[in-house]
Design a protein around this ligand. Structure first.
Ligand SMILES: NC(=O)c1ccc[n+]([C@@H]2O[C@H](COP(=O)([O-])OP(=O)(O)OC[C@H]3O[C@@H](n4cnc5c(N)ncnc54)[C@H](OP(=O)(O)O)[C@@H]3O)[C@@H](O)[C@H]2O)c1
Length: 261
């Protein structure tokens, strides 16, 4: 057993959707620093260029693709650009996600389609479009990986009035299991990570002041929010040789929130 490379992701080609900010940025920076060839996506060209420049400053391979995952054209653009540039895709991280919060009575019809499109349809269609590249990277000894970012808010009932979001993340979890089943014969693993509370634009409203933050921290048995090391550690494990025999798993990373509910 070669323990020196068991957890390595060096030289793997990795696509991380929504890599400009939040959890996606945490993951992109970690994979880049670990020697992977990292592709990230974002909607805004300026912000994407800034992220690529920062993460590749010390020689790491980081490239960006501008695309809106809420549209079929955006997904197709990512597939086309990556297919033109790479021979294989070792790891696809479906991270980009949207939420929408409103009280039950006021929750608008327009809060459904965009959330389902970005959170559920786009990951599915990316897998469809990128299957040739994933298959090119897949073997018995070294399966390709799909890592979907789900949520513990797919499982709990305290979902901060984000009705379409909680339903979309439950769909992500189920899609993960179905894809794991369907793609196992092709030696492509599919797992989901279900984060609890990590600081990002999406959660800034909940952590906006000391009072709100303290109240939320009380719901987390470990008493703190997640960090870049926490989320990168689990994701890189799933992407590495150490994660070769895990598929169809939904893995919470939540400081114990689920055991308290
Ligand atoms: N933070 C948490 O506590 C937490 C908990 C559970 C699950 N999650 C999940 O973690 C993932 C990352 O979220 P985050 O917390 O890091 O939030 P965030 O900072 O708001 O990031 C969301 C990401 O999704 C991308 N995105 C949103 N709509 C898009 C669209 N139409 N097309 C393309 N990209 C789009 C954004 O890209 P742009 O650069 O284009 O804006 C951004 O990179 C999401 O799937 C979220 O559901 C987060």
């Amino acid at each position: 057993m070669d323990l020196t490379t068991l957890y390595s992701v060096a030289d793997k080609t990795v696509l991380i959707t929504g890599g400009v900010g939040g959890i996606g940025r945490m993951l992109s920076a970690a994979f880049a620093a670990a020697g992977a060839r990292v592709w990230i996506t974002g909607r805004k060209a300026d912000a994407l260029a800034e992220a690529v420049a920062v993460m590749s400053a010390d020689g790491a391979f980081v490239r960006g693709i501008v695309a809106d995952l809420g549209t079929v054209e955006g997904v197709a653009c990512i597939v086309a650009e990556l297919t033109a540039a790479e021979q294989r895709l070792d790891v696809l991280v479906n991270n980009a996600g949207q939420t929408w919060g409103a009280p039950l009575q006021d929750f608008p019809a327009k809060a459904w389609a965009p959330v389902m499109a970005v959170n559920v349809q786009a990951p599915f269609m990316l897998v469809q479009g990128l299957l040739p590249l994933l298959e090119a990277a897949a073997s018995d000894e070294s399966p390709a990986r799909i890592i979907n970012i789900g949520s513990i808010y797919a499982v709990t009932t305290e979902v901060m009035k984000a009705y379409s979001y909680t339903a979309s993340k439950a769909a992500v979890h189920q899609l993960t299991r179905v894809m794991a089943h369907d793609l196992a014969p092709r030696r492509i693993l599919c797992n989901a990570i279900a984060p609890g509370l990590f600081p990002s634009k999406m959660t800034s409203f909940a952590l906006k002041n000391d009072v709100a933050r303290e109240a939320l921290l009380k719901t987390i048995p470990l008493g703190r929010v997640g960090t870049a090391e926490d989320i990168a550690g689990l994701t890189m494990f799933l992407a590495s040789r150490a994660g070769s025999y895990i598929t169809g798993a939904i893995i919470p990373i939540d400081g114990g929130i689920l055991i308290a509910h």
